[in-house]
Design a protein around this ligand. Structure first.
Ligand code: NAP
Length: 428
């Protein structure tokens, strides 16, 4: 009879509780699929007083030592954070030849390479399906299901909170701050939403996808990140009129032997695969040279979807699967030759706030012309002589650095009342 696969869980919050519940409720089917029983032998959290029954499991006060629990095959780290106790749990476990399953994108984005090396050195696996796009099995899809392909780009809507806010702004016409408050009241956004709305959480995930897609060492610091706090109801409305939705997009692309990785709000066609992803849903759109363009979508967070991915990793380990952390052995990963974002080209959306008076548009057009940028279209709705009004321009393909320089020039005009808003237009 095959021995049970023994796990210890550090962290019994939203995801940790979900993992215990799935392993309990779906025990029979999971045992059949794993080919052996999965046994929780130990758990740890800050506080012993829990909503779920943990009386059958050994309690460990110091999570960093949970790997010492008798006969543990894998430690499941569900505490979170790029440093501190979560990092200690993972490092100690790998160092002591325990497999690790984690949902911790921050830890992986900052320390993934060193941890992957540690896992390989010790002959164990570091699994993190739940760290990227919650319930969507995108790590498995890219490392296994699509392993035959050379990837040219990956686009992702990777943060449910931002997608919820942008969708609600679009549907209600209300402004960012208002919808953020509502998202916090509904529990879709944290009380400190910085990691989400500044794009950092999504950027953590994107740098892991870039590594798998292009065989580069994950490098969070090489990633340019812009959040959604500067998007207002006017942008949403104009984008809509032009036939676009605004989405916080992670984009990684290979151009020759260089790789681009950026995370920023972009306009995508309303009826495109990513334009139709609304509310808290995540999506990843992959371009592979044989598979073409599969789209993966589903819930990117929450107890059930995230725990489902954690348990899938546990089942894979129980089956004896061993897949390199980033799809290829660590010594084959190369330093990314990162593309300077300034050199990339795209069509652009440009919203400026300018005083409604004669000659203003001519001054703006002159700045664009001087920076080698041609205007595709322009909209100014309504008139309010002497007051600040929004003017929105769409620009033909232009260099990012030129568009930024032009925006700075426009901002310096006396008639301009606030920093222009620039967004790429991505035709998917
Ligand atoms: N929630 C989601 O939808 C989601 C989605 C994708 C990925 N993730 C990732 O999953 C991980 C867990 O997230 P979560 O939402 O489940 O977090 P959470 O609800 O805040 O739970 C964190 C757990 O860690 C425990 N903990 C904190 N400090 C500890 C310490 N020093 N020693 C032992 N335990 C400690 C807490 O104990 P107490 O309960 O006793 O305070 C709690 O049980 C994070 O890496 C997160 O980024 C979450």
């Amino acid at each position: 009879m095959t021995q049970p696969f023994r796990i210890a869980i550090a962290g019994l919050g939203t995801v940790g509780t979900g993992v215990v519940e799935i392993l309990t409720q779906n025990e029979d089917i999971i045992t059949q699929r794993a080919g052996r029983e999965i046994e929780i032998v130990a758990v740890s959290a800050r506080n012993k007083d829990r909503d779920i029954d943990i009386s059958k499991y050994r309690w460990v006060d110091n999570a960093a030592e949970i790997y010492k629990s008798e006969g543990v095959d894998a430690v499941v780290e569900l505490i979170g954070g790029s440093e501190g106790i979560a990092a200690d749990v993972v490092r100690n476990s790998l160092d002591n030849k325990c497999h690790v399953v984690t949902a911790n994108k921050a830890l992986l984005a900052h320390q993934g390479l060193a941890l992957a090396e540690m896992a390989e050195h010790n002959g164990v696996c570091l699994m993190y399906e739940a760290a990227v796009a919650g319930g969507i099995p995108i790590i498995k899809a890219m490392r296994e299901g699509l392993a035959a392909n050379e990837f040219s780009s990956v686009y992702g809507i990777l943060n449910g909170t931002c997608n919820y806010i942008l969708t609600k702004m679009q549907k209600t016409g209300r402004d960012f701050a208002d919808i953020l408050q509502e998202a916090q009241d509904l529990g879709y956004a944290e009380s400190d939403p910085t990691l989400d709305i500044e794009g950092i959480d999504a950027a953590h995930k994107l740098c892991l996808l870039a590594s798998i897609a292009f065989g580069v060492k994950p490098d969070f610091d090489a990633l340019k990140t812009t959040g959604i706090t500067h998007i207002n109801a006017t942008d949403i409305k104009f984008a809509d009129e032009f036939g676009y939705r605004i989405k916080l997009l992670g984009i990684t692309r290979r151009i020759d032997d260089k790789v681009m990785q950026i995370l920023e709000p972009c306009l995508v066609p309303t009826n495109s695969p990513l334009g139709m992803i609304d509310d808290v849903y995540n999506a990843v759109y992959v371009e592979g040279n044989f598979v073409e363009t599969p789209l993966f979508t589903g819930k990117g967070a929450g107890k059930g979807p995230t725990a489902s991915s954690v348990v899938a990793d546990i089942i894979d380990l129980a089956r004896g699967k061993n897949i390199p952390t980033f799809g290829i052995p660590v010594n084959k990963l190369v330093e990314g030759q990162w593309i300077d974002v300034g050199e990339t080209t795209s069509r652009y959306y440009l919203r400026i706030m300018v005083t409604d008076k004669p000659g203003v548009i001519a001054s703006v057009a002159a700045i664009l012309r001087d920076n080698d940028i041609s205007i595709e279209g322009m909209v100014q709705t309504g008139r309010d002589p002497g007051q600040s009004v929004p003017v929105v321009l769409t620009l033909h393909e232009a260099r990012h650095a030129d568009v930024q320089k032009a925006a700075q020039g426009i901002e310096r005009l006396e008639c301009c009342s606030e920093k222009p808003c620039i967004m790429r237009i991505e035709e998917l």
